[in-house]
Design a protein. Structure first.
Length: 265
């Protein structure tokens, strides 16, 4: 199927299937060194500090020489994200259910983004195609093997869990960075928020908020607990679909609403 497909240059480079043309002086660096330098800058100073000239300066080479290793800055950022994301968590075990395996996969996404928070600022411009991205996709799909979900439903489930993970990691990182700018912890900022909300809504018609504030002692402001709650509800929905597929496959197929690739068999 893929014999006649010509891979884009940046993808072939990422997979080690093609070297940059050897022009001019002998190259003194490797693509891995260029990518590592970009990651180091992004982690220390943020994504906005990353430029071809800055990376070249860190490596002690001329800016134009970097283009012998990576075609564009956009390609460099893609390679940085793929490398920084790292390999996925362990795959679903032989005797393991789909749910804990997919939960671990989702938590791994959050952990990766928290390790390298600059990654959330790199726009997603297409489906996963670089090596680590494809491994993550494989492990996520492997968690859903044997569930009876159609191909479109499996890929939609992966998109749903990874999208929720990215959204949650972005939200919590933004809050943490905003809190740091004030010299407070996220917990301190959260407490101030509830106190301010209580003052502002006390005289107004906000019965639902008043009820929530009255139960404040029972409210656990644990962001990881909130993440697990949301992930659990997503997995509950997937479990309900799997159960429906098992008991009424034809009816579920009519109402699945999937738009992904067709099943192979």
């Amino acid at each position: 199927m893929g014999e006649d497909v010509e891979l884009p240059e940046n993808v072939a480079l990422a997979w080690g299937l093609r070297d940059r043309p050897s022009r001019g002086p002998k190259r003194s660096l490797s693509l891995d060194q260029v990518v590592a330098a970009g990651i180091q800058i992004a982690q220390a100073e943020g994504l906005t500090a990353v430029s071809m000239s800055r990376v070249a300066g860190e490596l002690g080479v001329a800016t134009m020489s970097l283009y012998r290793y990576v075609p564009t800055k956009h390609d460099l950022l893609d390679l940085m994200v793929d490398t920084a994301y790292g390999p996925p968590p362990r795959p679903r075990g032989a005797d393991e259910g789909w749910r804990p395996a997919l939960a671990r996969w989702g938590e791994g996404n959050v952990a990766a983004l928290r390790r390298q928070p600059w990654m959330r600022h790199v726009p997603i411009t297409g489906p996963p195609i670089n090596p680590n991205q494809v491994r993550w996709l494989e492990y996520g799909l492997a968690a859903l093997r044997g569930t009876g979900l159609r191909a479109s439903e499996r890929i939609a489930t992966i998109m749903l869990v990874s999208g929720y993970a990215r959204s949650w990691a972005t939200l919590t990182a933004d809050i943490a960075e905003a809190a740091a700018r004030t010299g407070r912890t996220p917990e301190e900022v959260g407490l101030r928020y509830w106190r301010h909300l209580a003052v502002l809504t006390a005289p107004g018609p906000y019965p639902a908020i008043h009820e929530l504030l009255a139960e404040a002692e029972e409210y656990d402001d644990d962001v990881d607990l909130e993440w697990r709650f949301g992930l659990g509800r997503i997995l509950d929905g997937v479990a309900a679909m799997i159960e429906t597929r098992a008991t009424d496959p034809s009816g579920a197929a009519r109402h699945s609403g999937g738009t992904g690739p067709p099943d192979g068999g």
